[in-house]
Design a binder for this molecule. Structure first.
Ligand code: GDP
Ligand code: IMO
Ligand code: MG
Length: 427
């Protein structure tokens, strides 16, 4: 029977979802992105070549795979065409790509509004990627958004733009920002519609057909569950839900079709942007991790904040996603660190807790309680079998499995596709 596997980011993003999706795609026939936009940055490395994807699903490198950008995404079509151009310049020209006619469009004014809203938050900005993601989702829920379908229906586009600009130009003008001319946008986006038309379809119909045909399907998460609008560290989150529960809605399939949920976690933790991060630390070891792990954002190049692995976070994420498998990434980055810490609970106002407080100030007051495990010195970057790992490395992984009550299914010991160890096949 075909498997339908959801790949979930289990922390605050950049866990290595792109690498694992590309790796698992070897056995898949379909790869689907269901939410977010070009705030995501997924790095994929194979055959000594490096690719950075922002909107396009990570199955794009295999000409036999059907890649779908589903209805829950917000798509900047200018950025999409640029991404396709870059891929083309890297020799990736033969692919199958479909875009949902119900996905929303990130318009240029959304990018200006993203900047403006961050400014209006004064001392408490979210630290967004400034890609217009939040304002595009705001328009979607306010029912003033523009959808991919509108780009190929001139009458709809004009009417949708009129409504959207009535709101958005007013906000921009009141804040002394540039406003947008409807005619100019109308003409420009109709042209874009012409260019992308051949990719556009009802992807829910397509996906259900592929499910009926029993295909192996991968759903590639963007962002991490701790950036979830509902279950993350609100308000320091993104504007969509990167959880398994969001997949059926954002792809237009029944929830009963999901067969597996695999969480992707770093062997430590990183975060970009603002917001609470209890296990964060900044010392020589953090610097070492940042340099060895090349912890600078794929999208914005910002240095990532570094922390120890946080099991309270992973338990929360396992619960909200129903994670049955875990993929542990960047294990090689911990090589050479004498003592490795794992956060096992928090101390909140003198009391030990093992959940994430909803109240932001309470979460900020949480002090991590750590256990310390001995590290390893051996180079593990060429390891192909779990049994070949140094004992202390195995103990570290066993401890994660024990605390989280989950099986580590995949291990990653380097950024390349080949630096991956499968402990249990999902497909
Ligand atoms: P994503 O957004 O979840 O797809 O992750 P990103 O691509 O933004 O960030 C993950 C980073 O870690 C990228 O630079 C990857 O090339 C790199 N990476 C992934 N797995 C490993 C690994 O096992 N070891 C090392 N050293 N780097 C890895
Ligand atoms: P991938 O898919 C890491 C963060 C931003 C900011 C917050 C809101 O590569 O894991 P937004 O632009 O979405 O309104 O920003 O979310 N963020 C990410 N952090 N990886 C990502 O994607 C992210 N996408 C958004 O840094 O803190
Ligand atoms: Mg990323």
């Amino acid at each position: 029977m075909g498997r339908r596997v959801v790949v979930i980011g289990s922390q605050w993003g950049d866990e290595g979802k792109g690498k694992i999706t590309d790796y698992l795609a070897e056995k898949a026939e379909v790869v689907v992105r269901t939410q977010g936009g070009n705030n995501a940055g997924h790095t994929i490395i194979f055959n000594n070549r490096k690719f950075a994807l922002h909107l396009i699903p990570s199955g794009i490198f295999n000409p036999n795979i059907i890649n779908i950008m589903a209805n829950g995404m917000v798509i900047n079509p200018v950025a999409l065409l640029e991404e396709l151009k870059v891929l083309c310049s890297q020799g990736i020209e033969d692919y199958k790509l479909f875009i949902s006619n119900r996905a929303h469009v990130v318009m240029p004014y959304h990018i200006d509004l993203d900047d403006l809203y961050e400014e209006l938050k004064k001392d408490h900005p979210v630290g967004t990627t400034k890609r217009g993601i939040g304002p595009a989702y705001m328009d979607k829920t306010a029912r003033i958004g523009i959808r991919i379908s509108d780009l190929i229906h001139p009458e709809s586009l004009y009417q949708r733009l009129e409504t959207s600009l009535n709101f958005n130009n007013m906000i921009l003008k009141a804040n002394n920002r540039r406003t947008y001319d409807i005619q100019e946008l109308y003409e420009e986006y109709l042209k874009i519609g012409e260019v992308i038309k051949s990719y556009v379809t009802d992807t829910s119909v397509l996906l259900n057909k592929l499910i009926d045909e029993d295909k192996n399907i991968l759903f590639e998460g963007a962002q991490g569950s701790m950036l979830c609008l509902d279950h993350g560290t609100y308000p320091y989150v993104t504007s969509s839900s990167p959880t398994a529960a969001s997949v059926p809605l954002n792809a237009g399939i029944s929830s009963e079709h999901i067969t597996d949920v695999i969480g992707v976690t770093k062997a430590y933790t990183t975060r970009v942007g603002e917001g609470v991060f209890p296990s964060e630390f900044e010392d020589e070891i953090a610097k070492q991790i940042r340099e060895v792990g090349k912890e600078y954002g794929t999208t914005t190049k910002r240095p990532r904040r570094i922390g120890w692995l946080d099991m309270v976070v992973l338990k929360h994420v396992k619960r909200i996603n129903g994670m049955k498998h875990l993929s542990v990434m960047l294990l090689d980055v911990l090589t050479g660190i004498k003592e490795i810490k794992i956060c096992v609970s928090y101390i909140l106002d003198g009391k030990e807790i093992d959940y994430i407080p909803a109240d932001y100030f309470e979460y900020q007051r949480c002090i991590p309680k750590y256990i310390t495990l001995p590290g390893w010195e051996e180079d593990i970057s060429k390891t192909q079998r779990f049994s070949d790992l140094p004992t202390n490395c195995k103990n570290y992984l066993n401890k994660i499995e024990e605390i989280l009550d989950i099986n580590v299914t995949i291990l990653s010991v380097g950024p390349d596709r080949l630096q991956t160890v499968t402990l249990k096949n999902i497909f």
